[in-house]
Write a protein that binds this ligand. Sequence first.
Ligand code: CTP
Length: 215
Amino acid sequence: MKKIRCLVTAGPTREYFDPVRFISNPSTGKMGWAIAKAAKDKGWEPTLILGPSPLPDIEGARTLRVESAQDMFEACKKFFDECDILIMSAAVSDVRPKKKLAQKAKKDEINLSPELERTPDILLELSKIKNGRILIGFAAETQNVLEYAKEKLEQKNLDGIVANAVGGIDTGFASDTNKIDLILRSGEVVDFRKGTKNEVAKLLINFLSARFFDQ
Ligand code: CTP
């Protein structure tokens, strides 16, 4: 059986104003980490690109640690060529400060209206050079979860998108449990039962393996 090479992103990104201040989000990387682990346990070859997170490396899997959306983009581009499937579960910051100061700004000198710019949309950019690879996105939403997720599936030319309600106490960011639905291009919605992130990740990988790789 052919080994499936899988690129997984996880965690938040940090976009620094100066060496001690940044824009980020509450993601901890647990879901993507669990997906990379489940992929490894399934016999796949995962590469995990992990934003700032206290989670350890996964034994037997390549783990790269990155900080900003730009770093994550560079790392993804480096390993995209050699992957069969990308699972983009990272909560990438959508904006970054236009300027990063080399030294910590003193309180009185802090610019109270700093100029921001958009970060690259990694998934959208990679979808333009998809070339037969399977692309799975994540939609972290606080409302209209399925509707917004479907829109992203179309916009980013994905094969599937995980619709993930965040903002509750037992799903989404930082929680040890999660509840996800996977929406496929056909419109099919696969409803995975709630469980620990490890359990949910295993169900997801088993499904993707059977559906896209006949394994
Ligand atoms: N994503 C990405 N690069 C970004 C932002 C998001 O690759 N700069 C990816 C995420 O990893 C996820 C998908 O795009 O797989 C959807 O991310 P999400 O934050 O839910 O949506 P956005 O596309 O950022 O749109 P919005 O913030 O308007 O909901």
